[in-house]
Each structure stands twice: as structure tokens, then as C-alpha cells.
Design a protein around this ligand. Structure first.
Ligand code: FAD
Length: 392
């Protein structure tokens, strides 16, 4: 990639690299690199450092803290951020609700929410999925009924990532039960401290508490918290999901994992095995191909159109497959030691370096099963590609 970069872009890349390495605390970056779970404070601290230098939300409109960068610079920023193991600015704030409010929200909503989202003063979570509305999201049932100046919300959301840390949730709610499925949905911002909201933890395969269920019982939400027009929420959700999907490709992160695989393989003497080496190189080549696709999509997105790009489904699909492939190669490298390792690297106090690496491989492997499910499962991405790109 570097061979195709202008001198200006190469300098930009090195400036970003220097910044990430010198300004973001090495303890936080070491956690990301080792695949350890991050505390809320790690994510907030890192995002606030970026924001203090105007780098938390470079893809937002310039008046709300964005940068007038080229698509290549935007790509290089994200790649360097991930490659240097800096935590991504909180996805829910920066890549989901922020861009939706900037594009479709009222001026009051922009002033009230955008600066706080960019600085992670408010932690947002995503209330889309329900027990019977995941892939078929448009069949969601959580109801919002207008009553004077409020909406009254009843229903349940599930799989709410980091809901336990959140101050606000952006929700898709049904405002017109008689309209065709997609037409009766609205996009509502709900303060999680409102009476009637209850959050319950879900513990996942890897023993972590990352996701939750959220219950709403007669929750009164001021009507001014409706984003855009009533019953147009599906359009805003599609815009948001396209942003979420391109973010999920995480090419820089996969490159960081490949660099780790190389280091571990060399340390363990496995790098001399031509079959293993071929697998790693195959992964690197596939990452390069995805990178080129990502650049093309970014170039189109830079043309100022809010229409969701169906090609973001390719990024999500391929990016998640490659992240999982990297996690499998790490497991292969650690071998049976990974299966004997403590389930959580944070419990492995005093463990030898070998044991920590094995535990990180196991955590990473289990935790990354999710990437082919969230943001719309990979089967659903294939359906989108078949319909909208291949016209099948
Ligand atoms: C770790 C994690 C974090 C998440 N975080 C959030 C969050 O913060 N907020 C949020 O709103 N949601 C979140 N989700 C929910 C996620 O978006 C859904 O899990 C996802 O959309 C799939 O929905 P489902 O789980 O109901 O599965 P289902 O929709 O029930 O699907 C089950 C299986 O059937 C397949 N399938 C379904 N329909 C089709 C079809 N038409 N064609 C082919 N195959 C099909 C699916 O691919 C899947 O394999 C999270 C999920 C996970 C696992």
C-alpha cells in the first residue's frame, strides 16, 4: 500500500503513528494488543486524548469536530489507530448515533449531544435488536405511543453491548403499528436514568459481561428526543448500519494480529514451517485485497451522499472472516496450551509470558465469534450483496 501513497500521505501516516505511540498510554495499548478486556476508563481516557487533539471524530462534519481529510487520509488514520492498538473511539457514539444526529437531527439535538458524544462525556448504547427481531429487525415490537409532549415506551431490547456503562440508548421503536413493517418505525433517544428502564446482564461464552437485556416499562421520553421525522426511523437505521458495517472490517486490527502471529511464530520456531507461513501470507494477501475495496468505498463516501453503500456489506462479511481467521491462526500457534489457559487473561496474575499469550489467544478466539453475527449476520450480508450488487 505504501508504494502507492503520495509523499504527503506517507507523512500523514507517520504523523498519526507518532501521535498514537506518544500520546495514548502504553498500558492501554498493551491491553488491546494482548486481547485483554478494556475497562470503561480505558476507552474514555483514550477517546478524550484523541478528542483533545481533534482526532476522535474526523469523519464527522467539520463544524462538529470532523476533519476535511481525503478518503485516503481517513483510511490511514483508522489503520494506524488499529495497528498501534489504540482503542477505537466508542463505536456507538462516534460511528453510529453521532453521524445520524449530525445528518438527520435537529439543531438542538446536535448542540446537546454531539460535543458530549465526541468527548465520551455521554456513553451511548444501541437498542435495535429484540428477542424476536435480529436479522428481521423490521419486525421489532417495542412500542412508543405519543402522549402529550412525551412518548411512552414499552418493550424489550437485547444484546445491548456495554449497556452497563451507558448513559443513553438510541432505540428503534414502533410508532405506527398499522403501517407496513419498515414504515412504522422511529428513532428515539432515551436517557437510561429515566424511571421504568431496567438493564440485566447476559454473560457470554468467554465468561465476560459485554452484553445486556434492556426492559422498558411505561418509560416517558420527551418528544424532542425523536430524531428526524416520526416513522422515518428505518431510513436512519439503514444509514447507521452501513456506517457500522464498514467500521466492522477493522483491517488495521487484523494487520496488528498478523504482526503478532508472525512474532509468536518466530519465537516458537513455527515460522520455519512452510505450510504455516503460507497460511499467514494468504491472510496478508486477502487483507490487502480488502484494503483496496475499503479505499474504493471510502472514495465514494467522500462524495457527500447519505445513501447507504451496499458495498459496506462486503467489508463486513470479508473483514469479519479475516478477523476470525487471524484468531484461528493464533489458536493453532498456541496449541493445546490455549485450551488449558485461564479463561480470562486478567485472572492470570503472575503467569508466565507463554501462559499469558495462550490465554490471550483463547480469549480472542472466543470473543471474535461475535463478529460474524453483530451488525447483521454474515448470511444477511450475503443476501444484501446478492440482491443489491449482483442483482440476483
Ligand atoms: C456480541 C454481540 C453484540 C451485539 N450487540 C448489539 C447491540 O449493541 N445492539 C443491538 O441492537 N444488537 C446487538 N447485537 C445483535 C445482533 O445485531 C444480532 O444478534 C444479529 O442481528 C442477529 O440476530 P439474532 O441474534 O436475532 O439471530 P437470528 O436473526 O435469529 O438469526 C439466527 C441465524 O439464522 C440466520 N438467518 C436469519 N435470517 C436469515 C435469512 N433471511 N437468510 C439466511 N440466514 C438467515 C442468521 O444468519 C443466523 O445464523 C449483538 C449481537 C452479538 C452476538
Amino acid at each position: 500500500m505504501d508504494a502507492f501513497l503520495s509523499r504527503e500521505d506517507q507523512e500523514f501516516r507517520f504523523r498519526m503513528r507518532d501521535f498514537f505511540q506518544s500520546e495514548v498510554p502504553s498500558e492501554i495499548r498493551a491491553k488491546v494488543s494482548a486481547g485483554q478486556p478494556l475497562a470503561k476508563d480505558d476507552i474514555v481516557t483514550s477517546q478524550q486524548i484523541l478528542n483533545a487533539h481533534g482526532l476522535a471524530v474526523p469523519h464527522w462534519p467539520v463544524e462538529w469536530g470532523g476533519k476535511d481529510w481525503t478518503p485516503t487520509q481517513r483510511y490511514l488514520f483508522t489503520e494506524e489507530l488499529q495497528f498501534n492498538a489504540v482503542p477505537l473511539p466508542l463505536q456507538f457514539n462516534c460511528y453510529m448515533v453521532g453521524p445520524v444526529i449530525a445528518a438527520f437531527g435537529s439543531e438542538d439535538q446536535k448542540r446537546k449531544f454531539l460535543p458530549r458524544a465526541a468527548n465520551c462525556d455521554d456513553w451511548w448504547c444501541q437498542g435495535f435488536s429484540e428477542p424476536n427481531a435480529g436479522s428481521d429487525l423490521a419486525s421489532l415490537k417495542t412500542r412508543a405511543v405519543r402522549d402529550g409532549d412525551d412518548y411512552v415506551v414499552n418493550g424489550q431490547k437485547t444484546w445491548t453491548t456495554y449497556g452497563q456503562y451507558a448513559d443513553w440508548i438510541f432505540c428503534l421503536v414502533r410508532t405506527d403499528p398499522d403501517a407496513k413493517k419498515q414504515r412504522g418505525i422511529s428513532f428515539l433517544l432515551i436517557d437510561l436514568n429515566t424511571p421504568g428502564v431496567e438493564m440485566r446482564p447476559i454473560i457470554t461464552l468467554d465468561g465476560r459481561h459485554e452484553v445486556n437485556e434492556v426492559f422498558f416499562s411505561d418509560v416517558r421520553v420527551p418528544a424532542e428526543n425523536l430524531v428526524g421525522e416520526e416513522n422515518r426511523g428505518w431510513d436512519y437505521a439503514k444509514f447507521l448500519l452501513a456506517n457500522e458495517r464498514s467500521g466492522i472490517a477493522r483491517i488495521g486490527l487484523s494487520k496488528e494480529r498478523v504482526a503478532r502471529i508472525r512474532r509468536r511464530a518466530q519465537a516458537k520456531g513455527v515460522w520455519d514451517d512452510p505450510l504455516f507461513r503460507a497460511e499467514v501470507i494468504r491472510l496478508e494477501v486477502e487483507l490487502k485485497a480488502l484494503e483496496v475495496t475499503q479505499m474504493q468505498i471510502l472514495a465514494r463516501a467522500g462524495q457527500g451522499d447519505n445513501t447507504p453503500d451496499p458495498a459496506s456489506s462486503i467489508l463486513k462479511l470479508r473483514g469479519s472472516q479475516l478477523q476470525q481467521r487471524a484468531s484461528e491462526l493464533l489458536m493453532e500457534l498456541e496449541g493445546p496450551a490455549a485450551l488449558r489457559a485461564p479463561g480470562d487473561v486478567t485472572d492470570a496474575h503472575g503467569a508466565a509470558e507463554e501462559e499469558l499469550a495462550a490465554a490471550a489467544a483463547l480469549n480472542n478466539y472466543l470473543n471474535f465469534r461475535k463478529v460474524s453475527i453483530y451488525g447483521g449476520s454474515n448470511e444477511i450480508q450475503k443476501n444484501i450483496v446478492a440482491k443489491t450488487i449482483l442483482n440476483l
